[in-house]
Ligand binder design. Structure first.
Ligand code: SF4
Length: 224
């Protein structure tokens, strides 16, 4: 959903604020359809984007998600639109006020699952924590597949969804190595990417913050 208010949605996405209303109605419809079959599957969560200016609205966003009736809310740190440069809007770990605020949120109880935004380090050149090469099949409109959910390494999109062996293609294997045993410096897009952060606090409804596990491919989750 990106945001919990039409005005913020429009500012973040550049789309018409009326699209927010359509999106919200679609979520309500989805929840209604699910209620006719089962109340547990699929797990439905909304995704929000926060930056250094609106991170303090997270409690309002959680209350909004609870009022919608979804199962969880997942926050993403603002990502620089330029994959090769940092953004002043991104929340970094040396921003003490924002970091303390996020830490205080993990002490609270919520009626739904909350995943707080991963906070980037200023220097992530030595980080190699992206799980996407092991879990992600991101498909473009022309049916190319990428192990990188940001498509930040777009020039490497040579594998096609119809290729039987794309899951273990050179691209997949290279990225698995890069975010595994390799000692090479990761590319600049990975240095500006929240997926390369070691862990995201996942707050269950019992005050426990645990490391976010790798999402299994078969997990039935609808992210909106
Ligand atoms: S860390 Fe790198 S490979 Fe992983 S999603 Fe980000 S840009 Fe793509």
């Amino acid at each position: 959903m990106v945001a919990h208010k039409p005005s913020i949605y429009a500012a973040f996405t550049g789309r018409n604020a009326s699209s927010f209303v359509t999106l919200e109605n679609n979520i309500r419809q989805l929840l209604l359809v699910r209620s006719h079959y089962s109340h547990a599957v699929p797990f439905i969560e909304v995704g929000m984007v926060v930056d250094i200016s609106n991170v303090y609205q997270i409690p309002d966003m959680i209350r909004y998600a609870e009022s919608l009736g979804v199962d969880g809310i997942r926050f993403q740190n603002f990502i620089s639109p330029n994959q090769h440069e940092k953004s002043l809007h991104t929340i970094y770990s040396n921003y003490k006020k924002a970091k303390q605020f996020l830490a205080s949120l993990s002490e609270k109880d919520y009626g739904i699952q909350v995943i707080l935004p991963p906070v980037l380090d200023q220097d992530m050149s030595k980080h190699r924590n992206c799980k996407d090469p092991h879990t992600m099949v991101s498909i473009t409109g022309d049916m190319h597949v990428s192990p990188c959910s940001r498509h930040a390494l777009h020039k490497e999109l040579t594998d096609n969804v119809w290729d039987d062996a794309f899951w273990n293609s050179t691209t997949y294997q290279r990225l698995r190595l890069l975010h595994g045993k390799s000692t090479d410096t990761v590319p600049l897009p990975c240095q500006n990417c929240p997926k390369n952060v070691a862990q995201s606090p996942r707050i269950l409804n019992d005050r426990n913050a645990v490391e976010e596990p790798v999402t299994p491919l078969h997990q039935k989750t609808a992210m909106l």
